[in-house]
Design a protein around this ligand. Sequence first.
Ligand code: NAD
Length: 414
Amino acid sequence: MGHDYFKEVVKDIKRAAKIIGLPIDHVARLAHPRAEIRVAVPLVRDNGSIEVFTGYRVQHHNARGPFKGGIRLDPDVKPDMLKAIAAIMSLKCATMDIPWGGSHGAISCDPDKLSRGELERVARRYTYMLLPFIGPKKDIPAPDRGTDAQFMSWIMDTFSTMHGHTITGVVTGKPVEVGGTRGRKDATGRGVMFITRRALEDANIPLQGSTVTCIGFGNVGSFAAHHLARKGCKVLAASDRHGGIHDPSGLDIHALREWVEEKGTVKGFPGAEPVTDDDILAMDIDVLVSAARELTVTSKNQAKVNARIIVEAANASVTSKAASALHERGIIVLPDILVSAGGVTASYFEWVQDTSSFFWSEHEIAVRLRDLMLQAYDDVNAIARERDLDLRTAAYVLSVGRLVEAQMRRGVWP
Ligand code: NAD
């Protein structure tokens, strides 16, 4: 399934283009990433032996501005999934009306098996190999699974050293000390809350006491749960790759986050019952937050879902087919290219601050994030209402329209 996910994304793009009657030859260009770069990343291990990993960078679209996307460490990289996520990033930036395109990258190593020194050498060699392709005006990497703010610092330092001066804007998700932005860490989870709150309101479900479950309790899932709980939602269940927990009277998210900080998993949280992801899928609740990884809700398991709203917090975590089936069953799908755009939006703020060397307060960031997210929600909703579409299709109509429009204005040259 993961194998042809890019094809699925392209199918969705074409379907959206057809709805608004875009010229098919321009749309076809979206089926071809601008570049797919593959490099060797040799590493001298701490014991002196040499291991060679493969580094990838897929650059999908840059007609609206530089490529933008994460870098993941994954021993099991699926190049096709990188293409899919690069395309989703193009669509996400266009949905948000951020002047960036989309890209995605990976290195085929397992971060759990590398020392800190080895990770640093991998980051620097990967950056060195990609020097001609990245930069604040070309392609701006960010953290994804297995990479973090420290990894971004090493990329920034390597890139800067090779250019002879500090260039903070080459990556986002950096520590605040070296050009990172305030409010980046919880931005995706906070964005999930802004959009979910509005969707609940539009569905006439009172926010106070609405019930939530969370598959995936990492950066995105735990902050989404935190912000939703703070607004009065009751989070009944949460899971991670080690297992899940359930408390019908509502989990104490603050305590749970502390527990996970200490133990590395939600498993064993006092007072909660163990559950599987399948149990969580089937719970009768208002909001299911899918924040673990790609392809979590598929046509195989969507029939089990018993929620009013599904939040596609992890990119491509609800397949296109599953989304259509859910829509037919009257379940609202909040699509990744809208609902999980808080992170890239904060990244955009980081890049703007880096390039202007002027930094904003936490409050300014939270307010701007809310405004941009709700603007995008309104834009998507207007299309959904006007054309009688589900939100996912409407988001595709909006973003594909913007990508193609930019391409047509620029033309093809040489
Ligand atoms: P993370 O690594 O911090 O968290 C992932 C969580 O999912 C962990 O709790 C992990 O244990 C859990 N998980 C993995 N496999 C699971 C399974 N089979 N069942 C249940 N839980 C499982 O990653 P993150 O930063 O929270 O990102 C989650 C997803 O969202 C990724 O796909 C990422 O690409 C995407 N995303 C992240 C951001 C961001 O700002 N971090 C923004 C947009 C999209």
